[in-house]
Design a binder for this molecule. Structure first.
Ligand code: 13P
Ligand code: ZN
Length: 271
């Protein structure tokens, strides 16, 4: 591993990577990141200067598995495949890498700091970034993580009907709708890392910022990695309130329809 880093003398780029490291630590502390569980990618193109653009790659071109036209010339910082969040937290550039999307929009190469192969969920991450850029969004971060409570709730068909879980989780505590206003989309089980999972994720992104991968985890997008994390965190808090009430032996009432409507109006939230 090299000791010189592309982050040296590039404070804005270093700050983005530090944010990823901070969130990686939270994921581990929360118990959402067993072994190598979860992954993060951030579009860092705006922080990439001419020198980085002219840097030679440290790997040969690698196929993405699809062609993503909006990613031409983009750069991403990604967690490495099989790397642990708890290690990403302490040593981000040894457990993640900066990749460059090539002009054919179908291949990428690793440019810094080390030849750490990106996450196995790269097809979903890059498809999401391509989709976000295509719709003119300023979202730069994508997070996939394994929150125990939310995954547990995805193991029963009654919570997998459209918006059943969103409405239930919103009704557990007023702030959940305020801070995760688009709710939780549901994606029926697909093989981890597959193109099918990436395509299913895209279909839900028009309506949701956070989606559940049934019996696997959640995927969230946001302007930065903090925003993506916060949305999963508030949903998980609601899930814990629901589960705690059930453990005490009762079905929680949830906020009433009128209380939810009042919140929606007061915070100017989508219906
Ligand atoms: P990676 O180690 O490839 O990021 O995989 C972790 C994971 O959660 C796959 O869904
Ligand atoms: Zn996973």
């Amino acid at each position: 591993m090299t000791t010189k880093s592309v982050l040296d003398s590039r404070p804005a780029l270093a700050a983005e990577v530090e944010k990823v490291a901070e969130v990686a630590g939270y994921l581990w502390q929360k118990g959402w990141a067993e072994r190598n569980g979860g992954n993060i990618s951030v579009n860092i193109t705006e922080h990439v200067d001419y020198q980085i653009r002219s840097m030679p790659a440290i790997t040969a071109p690698i196929a993405i598995g699809s062609t993503l036209p909006h990613l031409k010339g983009c750069y991403f910082f990604c967690k490495g495949n099989n790397k642990r969040m708890r290690d990403l937290a302490r040593r981000p550039m040894e457990n993640g890498a900066i990749i460059r999307i090539l002009d054919d929009c179908a291949h990428y190469e690793i440019v810094a700091d080390n030849p750490v192969m990106p996450t196995s969920e790269l097809p979903s991450h890059l498809a999401m970034h391509n989709h976000l850029i295509g719709r003119g969004s300023d979202y730069k971060a994508a997070l996939h993580t394994h929150p125990i409570d939310l995954i547990a709730m995805s193991h029963t068909p009654k919570f997998l009907e459209k918006d059943v879980l969103s409405n239930l989780l919103w009704s557990m505590i007023p702030e959940t709708k305020a801070f995760c206003p688009r709710g939780l989309g549901i994606i029926p089980y697909q093989l981890p890392g597959s193109q099918a999972l990436a395509e299913a994720t895209l279909r839900e992104l028009d309506d949701y910022d956070v989606v559940m991968w049934e019996k696997h985890g959640v995927c969230a997008v946001g302007k930065d990695i903090f925003e993506a994390f916060d949305q999963v965190d508030v949903l998980s808090k609601s899930a814990q309130i629901y589960i705690s009430a059930r453990c005490m032996g009762y079905e929680p009432d949830g906020m009433s329809h009128e209380q939810m409507q009042e919140m929606t109006r007061a915070f100017n939230l989508p219906k």
